[in-house]
Ligand binder design. Structure first.
Ligand SMILES: Cc1cc2nc3c(=O)[nH]c(=O)nc-3n(C[C@H](O)[C@H](O)[C@H](O)COP(=O)(O)OP(=O)(O)OC[C@H]3O[C@@H](n4cnc5c(N)ncnc54)[C@H](O)[C@@H]3O)c2cc1C
Length: 414
């Protein structure tokens, strides 16, 4: 993306009806929907960095509306998953409309996604996942191995299937477009890290060298919420990493697959996501670290090695850009959603699928704040109850151990 001119020179009022902390997909959706529903109120949206520099701009660009992992196919689990797809589909329709109305150029491409496995255990995992799709009435198509190798230009995977329920985007372009098309009653301030929130409505919000007050507060800064004293025993950050190649030339592209744009989700939790973008590049996402960004040569080399394993015949395995980003995770993969104290609301913990989940939860949270009632709001509230997590050092020890074991176990899915 070209450099952005941030909105960081705004003169603030002393007080706002609503203040939203964090302008990723979640905070942007909350602010937009609040503004749509209450055109006479002003909403202040505070972003610590620049739009697109946070995780919302740093992801792999799968806008997913269906689950990533196999789970029980018993009637209760299927009912819950089916309801979740319906809610996500509603969110996708809303997002699609915004992208279209605001002419956001983010490479929106409705081509679905692959699930692929490179190990016997991975094959079993994604077959179980296909069963879950089946049980939920969602379509999937098995791709013969030779045909899959032809499409992606690599014989690396043993088994794959294709499903819809995914749109590809350039995530930084999408999040910038969403920020730049907000209704006029949203005041966005970038370069505005909130350092504390106190009071009980009105709340006092401390910025670097400024202070504002809010009647209602929304915490939408994901895993960083706990640095403000919220969700301490519910959410934690795990960093994951990605690299993107330079644009490949015609010869290399022609020798490495027939399909112009596709993406593969892995068959193990510590597995590698692979994507070929419409911009003629490969993107590789893998690796995890607890609470601290591990960027450096070691990350670059590990990602390059995973890329080389899949495409040994390419002339170069260097990436043009490598980056990391924080995932806000919860122990049971359920999100934090709702009113946590009077006039204090939160939506956080999208567990790695935040483009859609953050968007739709943000929209529904705004509707709840405005006093609306719907099946979607009630069901999201009821379906999301993140379980308790222990404090550090127990949490650090447990998460690090689980990540190490999963990585070993993932074998060639990495
Ligand atoms: C490498 C990678 C690949 C991923 N791939 C995908 C994918 O393909 N599909 C998908 O759906 N998800 C993916 N994710 C996850 C996805 O990006 C997140 O789930 C999503 O960004 C969550 O959105 P959010 O708005 O809730 O939080 P965030 O995107 O984290 O936004 C929170 C915002 O709050 C700001 N903030 C933090 N603290 C403060 C403060 N004190 N004051 C003010 N602002 C603050 C941050 O700067 C940030 O901009 C990926 C993540 C990574 C790192």
């Amino acid at each position: 993306m070209p450099p952005r001119i941030p909105k960081d020179q705004i003169t603030l009022e002393a007080s706002y009806e609503y203040v939203v902390v964090g302008a990723g997909y979640t905070g942007l959706a909350v602010a937009r929907r609040l503004a749509e529903l209450n055109s006479s109120a002003t909403i202040l949206l505070l972003e610590a960095t620049q739009i697109g520099e946070g995780t919302s701009g740093r992801n792999s660009g799968f806008v997913l509306t269906a689950p990533l992992t196999a789970a029980d196919t018993d009637a209760q689990a299927v009912k819950k998953a089916t309801r979740q797809f319906e809610i996500f589909d509603g969110g996708l329709a809303w997002l699609r409309q915004i992208v279209s109305d605001a002419s956001i150029e983010c490479g929106w491409n409705d081509v679905g996604k692959y699930h692929a496995a490179a190990t016997d255990e991975g094959v079993a995992n994604i077959r179980a996942l296909a069963e879950r799709y089946q049980a939920c009435g969602l379509r999937w198509d098995e791709i013969p191995q030779a045909e899959f190798a032809r499409r992606i230009g690599s014989p690396y995977y043993k088994y794959a299937f294709h499903t819809g329920h995914n749109v590809f985007v350039q995530p930084a372009a999408l999040v910038r477009g969403l920020a730049d098309s907000l209704p006029p009653n949203v005041i966005l301030l970038e370069g505005a890290p909130v350092s504390s929130v106190s009071g009980k409505g009105p709340f006092t919000i401390e910025l670097l060298n400024r202070r504002v007050r809010a009647n209602k507060m929304v915490i939408a800064n994901n895993g960083f919420a706990k640095r403000l004293g919220f969700l301490k025993n519910r959410i934690f950050n795990v960093y994951t990493y990605a690299g993107i190649t330079p644009e490949l030339d015609d010869d290399e592209l022609a020798a490495h697959g027939t399909d112009a744009e596709w993406g593969i989700l892995p068959a193990a939790r510590a597995g590698t996501t692979l994507r070929r973008t419409s911009g003629r590049r490969f993107l590789v996402r893998s690796l995890q670290s607890y609470e601290a960004d591990r960027s450096g040569r070691q990350v670059d080399e590990s990602l390059e090695e995973l890329y080389r394993q899949r495409y040994p015949g390419l002339r170069s395995h260097k990436f043009e850009y490598v980056w990391g980003g924080a995932l806000g995770l919860t122990m049971n993969s359920e999100s934090c959603f709702g009113e946590i104290a009077e006039n204090l609301y939160v939506s956080a913990g999208c567990n790695g699928v935040g483009i859609m989940k953050g968007t739709v939860h943000g929209k529904l949270l705004a509707e709840q704040i405005m006093g609306l009632d719907s099946d979607d709001i009630r069901d999201v509230r009821q379906m999301n109850a993140p379980t308790w997590i222990p404090p550090d050092p127990v949490l650090r020890w447990g998460v690090t151990l689980a990540m190490t074991q999963r990585t070993k176990h993932a074998g060639a899915e990495r």
